[in-house]
Design a protein around this ligand. Structure first.
Ligand code: OSB
Ligand code: MG
Length: 371
């Protein structure tokens, strides 16, 4: 067994996949998924990761341009040709650089996959996960109310464990009235992607009438002060997504009472090491966590599923079937749920999926090689 893994080379691609249907949230409509894909190589072994940045800074400030730039100019030159004993060592090396969590996550997650493959272990086992399958819900984009009712019915029928409705200003209470009238017992949540302000407090208080499991990220992406004010005024738990980009932010947000549930996206917080720290802090506060998604293709989705096997992920995640978003995936294995359960990919060690290089080549807008 090698004592350290030398990163011989890296390959950075920008990948563009069409979405089967447009995905509309409060900040805009997505019709394609464009993302950085990183391959790290050591000997004959490859580790993979997807970035969760997008074309425009409409979710968080990072974009594909900034992610690719940081990877190309800063992170990859720093690690290619170097040896690392563990992912923690790599994470520590990148920690001094400010922000750029999505770019850091690419490097760190690809190294976890590589490390796990060299050790011959499933990623989940090295992360400390205990489950071999995870419970999942769906995130439904904004449509006209009748179309959303059909979407809810279809996904409840398929056995998804929770339905999350995207909402925005002017598209909330009537939607909730309609969905609750037809589905009185379903586990229901809403995600506002920062659409509201504290001036909407009277409106947001009316959400309490719908028995929601939580309301996700109602206020600004960088404001847990106002979220604390809101949480004190609501019976419904507030779930933080955009607001939590590090364990330090998580600690402060929970101490302030800014939320009672946390959505962890490994790609948003800089990688699995930081995701695990957030998980542990939430456990100490008795705050449930669940694994969010960013419409990932198979590599990112596989990472998310492995992370979701940790004990504190006690609510259904957003890692639903890949076929809801893509006609064809960049991995060979199909990541599909059955009755709201997603099996942990296990086609081999690491993240347990195999890259479909033919299709990857066809959907790569650019390829850059390092080392
Ligand atoms: O806020 O969770 C979010 C997708 C893109 C950007 C932000 C979010 C989402 C989702 C999709 O809700 C979840 C999924 O991957 O299915
Ligand atoms: Mg969200």
């Amino acid at each position: 067994m090698p004592s350290a893994i030398t990163i011989d080379s890296a390959e950075l691609r920008l990948v563009e996949l069409p979405l089967l249907t447009p995905f509309k949230i409060a900040t805009g409509t997505q019709t394609r998924k464009v993302f950085p894909l990183l391959i790290l190589r050591s000997g004959g072994v490859e580790g993979y990761a997807e970035g969760v940045s997008d074309v425009l800074p409409d979710y968080l400030p990072e974009t594909n341009v900034t992610s690719m730039l940081m990877l190309r100019e800063v992170f990859l030159p720093q690690i290619v040709g170097q040896s690392f004993d563990t992912p923690w060592q790599l994470e520590r090396l990148m920690r001094p650089w400010r922000d750029h969590q999505m770019a850091k996550a690419c490097v760190e997650m690809a190294f976890w996959d590589l490390w796990a493959k060299v050790l011959g272990q499933p990623l989940r086992a090295l992360l400390g996960g205990t489950k071999t399958e995870v419970e999942v819900g769906v995130s439904l984009g904004i449509k006209e109310i009748p179309a959303t009712l059909n979407d809810v019915a279809a996904h409840v029928q398929q056995g998804y464990r929770r339905i999350k409705l995207k909402v925005m200003r002017g598209h909330d209470l009537r939607l909730l009235d309609a969905v609750r009238a037809r589905f009185p017992d379903v586990h229901l949540t809403v995600d506002a992607n920062c659409a509201y302000t504290l001036a909407d407090l009277p409106l947001l208080r009316r959400f309490d009438a719908y028995g929601l499991d939580y309301v996700e990220q109602p206020l600004a992406w960088n404001d847990y002060v106002d979220h604390a004010v809101l949480q004190r005024a609501l019976a419904t738990p507030v779930c933080l997504d955009e607001c939590i980009r590090s364990s330090a932010e998580c600690r402060k947000a929970l101490a302030m009472g800014a939320g009672q549930v946390v959505n962890i996206k490994v790609g948003r917080v800089g990688g699995h090491v930081e995701a695990r720290r957030i998980h542990d802090i939430c456990q100490a506060w008795d705050v449930p966590v669940w694994c969010g998604g960013m419409l990932e293709a198979g590599i990112g989705r596989a990472h998310n599923i492995h992370l979701s096997t940790l004990e504190g992920f006690s609510k259904p995640g957003d890692t639903s079937s890949a076929s809801r978003y893509f006609e064809r995936d960049i991995v060979v294995e199909r990541l599909e749920t059955e009755n709201g359960i997603m099996p942990v990919p296990s086609a081999g060690p690491g993240i347990g999926v195999t890259l479909d290089y033919d299709y990857l080549e066809a959907v790569s807008a650019s390829v850059e090689r390092f080392g």
